[in-house]
Design a protein around this ligand. Structure first.
Ligand code: TXA
Ligand code: MG
Length: 357
């Protein structure tokens, strides 16, 4: 507890708005990264918590600040494609094709690591995940630092990923010296993680969808654990999948089915819970909001454009979590960006699902 308090009070956390002060903010950030300190920065997916990705001691500080299990590896962020050559033993042929199609952007690629990458960053694995973000601030920070930046999402472990600088401050105030504030993130869910060790396999779905990947490289597999819990004794393809991620304190319940049926079932469940004195709230969509009149709800986005649901999900979970004991959310078909949405939602719900049909 004392050690915990000490880390929590170690810094006066500065927030610099990079929409107004891009140069000054990234100069300061790069200076801190080179000194082995941590810097939170915006990306087009979620905010990252960065450290010098070639410095094992600096990387260890990320795990301390997040309270992250030591066996969960990090992503190395680069500012140009050619930087992967130093990080991977060799560049797989498919990787080059995918980098040309999707970088910079929300796609992380995993291949055999080089000796340059410290074991602390890969949690002892002999592979390393690399991504080139599209966000301008992120790339300026990496380029000015002169090293790849190892960065997980900038939340405390187990909390929803941060999609605004305020979310980062909620979780990291006093734990890190600097947050670069670039406004809300475009996608709101973390990057697609694709392993290129063996058959190309999606370990975590994101805004670069299965359909988009297959259009470029042909068949791509999806790890089974994307939409179901890990089984007892199963070895995780990606260590991150075994943790109860994106976990709000409130209980989250997913209701699957056509919009109208799902909404009617949610209303019935809401009324029952309310009668028992349970504070409820609904993650609603444009299509169903009228069904929820008189109840507490937040509109995430449009069911027919799952990317809008992705963009609103984590912020809505954080917001509702302070108010509600139970959150109801509609399930959608796991297609296109709907796969990323359902992957995050099911994890937030601890896989509690009700079929409305
Ligand atoms: O969009 C994103 O990817 C954000 C931004 C900051 O770039 N970062 C992010 O990092 O989401 P993180 O650490 O929260 O998630 C990385 C995921 C974890 O599930 C981890 O287990 C997996 O990638 N991962 C990293 N390296 C891996 C490896 N070598 N093999 C298998 N899985 C790996
Ligand atoms: Mg994370």
């Amino acid at each position: 507890m004392d050690a915990e308090r000490e880390t929590a009070a170690a810094y006066r956390t500065r927030v610099v708005n990079v929409e107004r002060q891009a140069e000054a903010g990234t100069n300061l950030g790069a200076e801190l990264i080179r000194k082995g300190e941590l810097v939170a920065f915006p990306t087009e997916t979620v905010y990252g918590l960065g450290a010098n990705g070639l410095d094992g001691a600096a990387v260890t500080r990320i795990f301390e600040a997040k309270g992250r299990p030591a066996d969960n590896p990090l992503i190395e962020h680069v500012s140009k494609k050619s930087d992967v050559r130093a990080l991977w033993m060799r560049v797989p042929r498919l990787a080059q094709t995918l980098m040309d199609a999707f970088w910079p952007g929300p796609l992380t690629l995993i291949a055999q690591k080089s000796d340059l990458v410290p074991m602390e960053a890969t949690a002892g694995l002999d592979t390393v995940a690399v991504r080139m973000p599209r966000d301008r601030t992120a790339r300026m920070l990496i380029a000015k630092s002169g090293v790849p930046i190892a960065a997980p999402s900038a939340n405390r472990s187990g909390r929803p990923s941060p999609t605004t600088a305020r979310h980062v401050l909620e979780d990291m105030d006093g734990r890190i010296p600097l947050i670069l504030d670039g406004g809300p993130c475009q996608y709101g869910v973390e990057s697609t993680v694709l392993s290129l060790c063996g058959e190309p396999t999606i370990l975590r779905p994101g805004a670069v969808t299965l359909e988009m990947l297959e259009a470029v490289v042909g068949e791509v597999r999806v790890s089974e654990s994307v939409l179901r819990p890990m089984k007892e004794g199963e070895v995780a393809a990606s260590p991150g999948m075994k943790y109860r991620h994106y976990a709000p304190k409130a209980q989250v319940i997913v209701v699957n089915g056509p919009p109208e049926q799902a909404a009617r079932r949610i209303n019935a469940l809401y009324r029952e819970a309310e009668a028992e004195g349970i504070e409820c709230e609904i993650a609603a969509t444009e299509q169903t909001k009228n069904f929820y009149r008189g109840k507490k709800y937040v509109i995430l986005g449009d069911r027919n454009q799952p990317e809008t649901l992705c963009a609103g999900l984590f912020a809505a979970l954080r917001e509702m979590d302070g108010r509600a004991d139970r959150i109801f959310a509609e399930g959608i078909p796991p297609e296109q960006e709907g796969l990323a949405y359902m992957n995050r939602l099911l994890r937030a719900a601890g896989f509690q699902v009700i079929e409305a049909e």
